[in-house]
Design a protein around this ligand. Structure first.
Ligand code: HEC
Length: 175
């Protein structure tokens, strides 16, 4: 029991310190930025730091060519929408689905991919999950599997899992 409490306290601390470090490295406070259409990457990143920054920006701002969004009553509306519309604060905090269900933070999520999806009897890569989110969540055009945009999103999500053990749910950062 003591051990569990210690581990949780440690994980929370790690999460907070990590979020601060990531926020600094991504160069943004994850403040809500209106999504926009159009290319997000002018020059593909040549360093990991740059890929994380680009990924954070894509996550916060790319509309994936959709105008679908949802409003608090769960109805779809006609506004541009990004990953951050559901996965709040760059995925560091718990999000809310269009139907109002709580969505876990993405801290540590990447360390559980590739992931077995029992209902489909399929193993999802992180890329396939991203494609699923864009198609099913916002009816948008997902980035291609090998596109620079997909690479940056995967690098960004992987950075959110640095130090996370496989098979554990990491605590979200408080809103
Ligand atoms: C309409 C809301 C919505 C949007 C927009 C959305 N997601 Fe998701 N996302 C979800 C939901 C709901 C889940 C959990 C259920 C599931 O697996 O589909 C999820 C799960 C995930 C997971 C897996 C988490 C885990 O622990 O298994 C990742 C990674 C993810 N989303 C990344 C993204 C990225 C990157 C984008 C933008 C390209 C995005 N999501 C856009 C709703 C959304």
């Amino acid at each position: 029991m003591k051990q569990a409490i210690f581990l949780r306290a440690r994980a929370t601390l790690c999460g907070a310190a990590f979020a601060a470090a990531l926020t600094a490295s991504a160069g943004s406070s994850f403040a809500a930025v209106p999504p926009k259409a159009g290319p997000m990457i002018v020059q593909p990143a040549t360093t990991m730091e740059q890929a994380v920054k680009d990924g954070a920006r894509i996550f916060a701002q790319d509309s994936f060519g959709t105008k679908q969004t949802w409003v608090p009553n769960g109805a779809f509306n006609s506004h541009l929408m990004s990953c951050a519309a559901c996965h709040t604060s760059g995925g560091l905090t718990e999000g809310v689905t269009p139907s109002g269900a709580r969505l876990p933070s993405l801290i540590g999520a990447a360390s559980n991919y590739p992931k077995f999806k029992a209902k489909k009897h399929a193993v999802y890569t992180l890329e396939r999950q991203i494609v699923h989110c864009v198609r099913a969540g916002i009816m948008g055009q997902p980035p291609g599997y090998d596109s620079a945009e997909m690479v940056d999103l995967v690098v960004y999500l992987t950075a959110l899992s640095k130090g996370a053990a496989m098979g554990h749910q990491m605590p979200a950062v408080a809103h």
